[in-house]
Ligand binder design. Structure first.
Ligand code: SF4
Length: 566
């Protein structure tokens, strides 16, 4: 019997861990990837995945601008200018005066808040771990701390859990979320290596919730903690038994109806709200892109009913403070009939907020674009993935290059901003197919692009093609018959120079930055101009090293940036 403390209903949920500035953000991502490559290196003979990973990182730095040895994206540059040309060190006290993605909110936290309240708990959501005085919160001795891995890396889960246990070893720490589900999904079939790595969490994380949804499991576990009863009858758990051996309880898929996940925004404490809010309208994906593992978790699509969605959006509107809604669905536009009904409903309601979402280029039709514009769509983020039809076919993307080109032009003609995500290095990629992608971005006039280095995991369908492509490695350290990840990352690092009509914010997404700056009152055209000037500055600084001060050209660009930031 687990006899931990559990004398009240306060539950702390850590929903996100977004470093405060770009430099820390990128270093953290890279540090985690290098740790993983180092851990896994013994599995690969003849392929130095740790060395490859470090090579990749050396190239990717070129996408960032660098001042005083610190790297960053557009927000960091804006903070530098706002702070009299000194890059500020952001902390929980000063962060609200600057631009940082850490100030945003995510749906997982808001949803868990609502769910736990309904179940009779007293949740406190930490929207961002980096902004929180965790020590101060532990003084009230919550009954449990839950870490959602959806926006938190596993190395960080371990770090947070260790810190919490050092401060108060009696407070149960529970980790759940999509990443935990992916890593622990194999249950008792996990490799010895993974089990050994998980043994490092012993004494730090008390239980893992191994389920893609997980809220029902979480509440059962909280009840068991409160009532001091056994955990082994609760499905979907992994915890440490006798001698630290990992115990897995049987699986039971949770199927919370999607309508039940609608947020009652009027009941969410004001402190959790922002001017740009996330709203979800569906779950799952019917496509089977071979580089994606999301469809394995949610293979069927479920849509919120139109009435429930209308009510939820009306609540957002009635808050009176929201200027932008980000639809978080992985594929908001995939079903054209459904999309048409949603857009018709939004137009009829006449909502004041603008919106953005992920979209499939293949579902952008003239009629839908007109409806999107009329319903105040402002930004679409499309996974275009490649400008090469051969690579698109290898990916089973079910997208024609010409279709993607038409979609971008139609959106531009209607004044809707768009971003295309491109995977560089997918099996079959060559210098020539990469050039086709660069040409595609230039010809289409795509306003924003985001390059991603191909990520290899055995959860993806591409794993089944590994013999055909000679694919080996892990994560961002791989090679296949036509390229390795060092070469692919070197190609990515050239994009900023080669493409002069579309803009990337390097390793920090354009869409997140756009959304945050819209919430801060910047107009879409101003955000585009800021991105353009940031690229110009990066190129000017590359031509003239900063230790000799800003060149007259860089100085001119900085003044233009200052004029927009005000
Ligand atoms: S990449 Fe997008 S469209 Fe393709 S399977 Fe994944 S979620 Fe679906």
């Amino acid at each position: 019997v687990r006899c931990m403390r559990g004398d009240d209903s306060r539950v702390i949920v850590i929903a996100m861990d977004q470093p405060l500035d770009g430099d820390r953000h990128v270093r953290k991502q890279m540090g985690n990837a290098e740790n993983r490559a180092k851990r896994q290196s013994s599995r690969f003979q003849g392929l130095d995945i740790y060395g490859l990973q470090k090579e990749v990182h050396k190239h990717l730095w070129n996408l960032q601008f660098c001042i005083d040895g610190r790297y960053g994206g557009l927000l960091d540059l804006m903070n530098y200018l706002k702070n009299d040309r000194k890059l500020p060190y952001l902390d929980p006290e000063n962060s609200s005066r600057f631009y940082t993605l850490a100030n945003m909110i995510t749906l997982n936290g808001v949803y868990l808040y609502q769910y736990l309240i309904r179940e009779g708990y007293d949740p406190l959501i930490i929207q961002n771990y980096s902004l929180t005085d965790i020590e101060g919160l532990l003084v009230d001795r919550p009954m449990a701390i839950c870490i959602s891995s959806t926006f938190v890396y596993l190395d960080d889960v371990l770090e947070m859990a260790s810190r919490i246990k050092t401060l108060d070893p009696e407070i149960p720490v529970i980790a759940g979320g999509i990443l935990i589900k992916k890593v622990l999904d194999a249950g008792s079939d996990l490799s010895d290596q993974t089990l050994e790595w998980l043994s490092g969490f012993y004494g730090k994380v008390d239980a893992f919730v191994v389920e893609a949804q997980g809220e029902i499991t979480l509440v059962r576990l909280l009840k068991a903690i409160r009532e001091k009863t056994e955990w082994d009858k609760i499905p979907n758990l992994a915890f440490y038994g006798e001698g630290g051996k990992m115990v897995f309880t049987p699986r039971q898929v949770e199927s919370t109806p999607i309508d039940a996940t609608a947020i009652s925004w009027d009941k969410i404490p004001k402190g959790y709200l922002r001017k740009a809010l996330p709203v979800n309208t569906s779950r799952g994906c019917a496509y089977r892109c071979r580089f994606c593992s999301y469809h394995r978790l949610f293979p069927k699509v479920h849509y919120k009913s139109l009435d429930v969605l209308r009510d939820e959006l009306r609540l957002v509107q009635r808050l009176g403070t929201v200027s932008h809604v980000r639809f978080t669905d992985d594929n908001f536009t995939a079903n054209k009939n459904r999309l048409k009904s949603v857009l018709d409903m939004m137009i009829k309601e006449g909502f004041d907020f603008t919106w953005s979402s992920y979209a499939r280029a293949s579902s952008v039709t003239p009629e839908l674009v007109r409806l999107m514009k009329a319903s105040r769509c402002e930004f679409l983020n499309m996974g275009i993935e490649s400008g090469s039809q051969t690579v698109l076919n290898n990916m089973d993307k079910r997208l024609e290059r010409a279709q993607a080109m038409r979609a971008i032009r139609m959106l531009s003609d209607h004044g809707i901003w768009s971003e295309g995500g491109f995977i560089v290095g997918y099996p079959g990629e060559t210098q020539e197919t990469f050039s086709e992608t660069v040409d595609f971005i230039e010809e289409s006039g795509l306003p924003y692009y985001q390059p991603f280095l191909f990520y290899y995991s055995k959860d993806m369908l591409v794993h089944k093609d590994r013999d055909r492509f000679g694919l080996e490695g892990l994560g961002r350290a791989w090679r296949h018959n036509t390229m390795d990840s060092s070469e692919a990352s070197a190609l990515i690092s050239q994009m900023i120079e080669r493409i002069d009509c579309g803009f990337t914010n390097g390793l920090i997404g354009n869409w997140e930055t756009f959304r945050l700056l819209r919430g801060e009152g910047y107009l879409p055209g101003e955000i585009f101009e800021l991105s353009r000037l940031k690229r110009d500055l990066q190129l000017a600084m590359g031509r003239s090293p900063l230790d000799r001060g800003f060149s007259p050209e860089a100085e001119r660009i900085l003044r233009k940036l200052e004029a927009i930031i005000g």
